[in-house]
Design a protein around this ligand. Structure first.
Ligand code: ZN
Ligand code: ZN
Length: 190
């Protein structure tokens, strides 16, 4: 079991073409692939008016309520929406770095989403922010040179950014095997 996974999308991110209809809050909660599980659907796709219904469903499933905010434009609505933490797309623009300053003042965790995929300048990110190592994007960059200089400046979280059940690792296959009562044959002295 993973220690935590706070970047997961569900069917509440309808409109994101990568999300499949099976990626429900119920299934994610049942899979329990991590000790701490948080849902972080795209704020603009959930919609301001539906955010409360979304958070109710996530909390009722025993999961943490997050959101993924696409830049400063969504800040006014996103900062007042009730949640446990926020994930932010910080593009390399003044207004986005300023938005991070504002979000930090909520007193709740602020995670900078996959900075390597957005050309975020980590030098300009407030050190109170958490920086994400994102399973979907991390392998697409020279992560040693991108993240290496900042390992002492920030604290980090590791996330799946799962949009589909099998993005949660081997979890689905293991879940099914367990449900079937199948005991996996471990090879090579595992
Ligand atoms: Zn993202
Ligand atoms: Zn995401």
């Amino acid at each position: 079991m993973l220690p935590q996974d706070l970047h997961i999308h569900s069917t509440w991110s309808e409109g994101d073409a990568s999300v499949v209809s099976e990626q429900t809050i119920g299934l994610i909660a049942e899979l329990r692939h991590a000790r701490t599980v948080g849902i972080s659907d795209h704020f603009e796709l959930v919609g301001e008016d539906s955010f409360e219904a979304y958070s109710r469903e996530v909390w009722a499933a025993g999961l943490k309520v997050g959101m993924e905010i696409d830049g400063h434009r969504w800040l006014p609505a996103a900062e007042i929406a009730e949640a446990d933490y926020r994930i932010f797309h910080c593009y390399d623009r003044d207004a986005d770095y300023k938005a991070l300053d504002r979000l930090v003042q909520t007193g709740q965790p602020v995670i900078v989403a996959h900075p390597n995929a957005l050309d975020t300048n980590l030098d300009r990110v407030p050190p109170e922010c958490l920086v994400e190592i994102n399973n979907r994007y991390i392998w697409r960059c020279n992560w040693r040179s991108f993240y290496g200089p900042f390992v002492d400046r920030f604290e980090f979280v590791v996330s799946s950014d799962a949009h589909q059940p099998h993005w949660l690792g081997q979890t689905v296959a293991r879940y099914v095997a367990a449900e079937l009562g199948v005991r996996e044959k471990l090879l090579f002295g595992a």
